[in-house]
Design a protein around this ligand. Sequence first.
Ligand SMILES: Cc1ncc(COP(=O)(O)O)c(C=O)c1O
Ligand SMILES: N[C@@H](CCCC[NH3+])C(=O)O
Length: 418
Amino acid sequence: MQYVYSNVTQSLNFFGNSDPFELIEEYGSPLYVYNERIFRERCREMKNLVSYPNFSVNYSVKANSNLQLLKIALEEGLNVDAMSPGEIFLELQAGFKPEQILFISNNVSADEMKFAIDRKITVSVDSLSQLELFGKINPGGSVAIRFNPGVGAGHHKKVITGGKETKFGVDPNFIPQVKEILKKYNLKLVGINQHIGSLFMEGSAYIQGIKSILSLAENFEDLEFVDLGGGFGIPYHKQENEARLDLSSLGKELDSILNEWVKSYGKNITFKIEPGRYISAECGVLLGTVHAIKINYDNKYVGTDLGFNVLQRPIMYDSHHDIEIYRNSDLPSTKKEPVIIVGNICESGDIIAKNRLLPEIFEGDLLGVLDAGAYGHVMSSNYNNRLRPAEVLIKENGDHILIRRRDTLEDLIRCYNV
Ligand SMILES: Cc1ncc(COP(=O)(O)O)c(C=O)c1O
Ligand SMILES: N[C@@H](CCCC[NH3+])C(=O)O
């Protein structure tokens, strides 16, 4: 097999003892492939972000909740956040204890809130009405609150979750009402949290957000934790040598802010962070197959099985993913040309890469979509009644194992009443 374009995965020995053609032959195309070594490395980098002792890395499993990866995160000493009863269910299945889970709820039903409370999982609510609901369900209980101190950041407006234009968090102007509701239901506020948004590549907005949430925390006595949120970015433009987020200087800055703050607060509370993408994006490559090449008017289209049912990020946020080309024949690619890489879904927005300058691609080539381990499979769907791909793990010894099977046609009719 030749790496026709880009050797990012080759230099990482990403596919271990196999090559993409062998994996596709065994598990079908398209296919999500995860590298265990890289996943573990990212867990450790986050754990070592600061030297402040009471520090918890809560993996935000919405990025990738494959059960096998959750078990590895648990082995690495991470805790988790959850956004839904489904995520809680998976986390408990993976072996996390209730005290390792923070349910960061958003507009949940009473039953969903009860689901967490019954399992002794801390619930963070993000509106006054949900705080009232919590108080009615669990008077005298312990609760956390998500605040929105006004700072937002992210790679796209759809993923900015702090500031004035988002549904998330409680506006700090309502702190008096928060206190009234806490008192009314005799609730103990154990923690506060925020999340400014997803994907920052330099730490200034994150630090600004932390300063805001810490100054807000001073309104409350005897907190047990402040959760600073996630959003740590990864370089999606590896083929152009994009720099990594400088974790070392971010960690130093954090350490000095946190140590200083606990001194004035008078208690060594726990600080939590909630990274999702940073933990799982780079351990994942989505493999797909080129089935057709065509020229429509002036555009050259590369037709693949990588529809937006499989990876939604490009259609949803115009996100960039680097693409590698693998070939099992001697066909030469002599020139680079702009191509539009498309999937097999019945919508003209079904584009995975627009006007990408790549060496000539042929039918039968495989493509590797890099950094697909976060918000990849979890956001995939059965649109057009296509089957969601299998997920395979390249273990640390280089062998591969199937960690989620591909959908079957029978799966498509499983929920119908016929
Ligand atoms: C509340 C919350 N925490 C954590 C995350 C994880 O974000 P990221 O994957 O950017 O680290 C998200 C997603 O943006 C989120 O909404
Ligand atoms: N799904 C988004 C990130 C959103 C994170 C959840 N709040 C992405 O793919 O970039």
